[in-house]
Design a protein around this ligand. Sequence first.
Ligand SMILES: [Zn+2]
Length: 183
Amino acid sequence: MSTFVLKIQDLDEAGKDWNFAIGTDWLASALADTELSAGAQDGRLTVHAQRTGMDVLVQAHVEAELAATCARCLADVPITVDLPLTGLFSPEHMRPHGSDEIDVQLHEVNRDYFGGAEVVLDPMVREYLLLEAPMKPLCSDACEGIAIPDHLRPPAEVFGDAAPDSRFAPLLKLKEALTKNEE
Ligand SMILES: [Zn+2]
């Protein structure tokens, strides 16, 4: 089900405004197969759209709260999206053969197509949010990773200075011998 839908009959050459909530449930399903997830709050999509000849020019602004996962400690890393989005939608029959993916970029006029009596913005908005996913999200640059609780730490003798296990004695002798050879 598409959520951000402009009806062609509502459009004119002067342009009109729309204001959509980007619900957390929309975000959750749009981001389901990605590294990102929905934040705690609804976002907002404000749209100004106008006809230009056969096409529909959409100038929008996307605001959303997303969350990524810290690459070191797996905590949520909040990501705030607050970006202008420009799209030019052409009639479906203008679509080049074999291209049904949209390639969305920041600071560009992005192209998509509409069939029937509606311009659907959902795929473009989704692609746009994905642009904001960091390659390696960190909750902070100083993140030290997952803290191991005390009761899960290995006992000190495993890595500590305690006397080596007698089973390692032959290895230690060998190491001594090698060290002497180097001298
Ligand atoms: Zn972290």
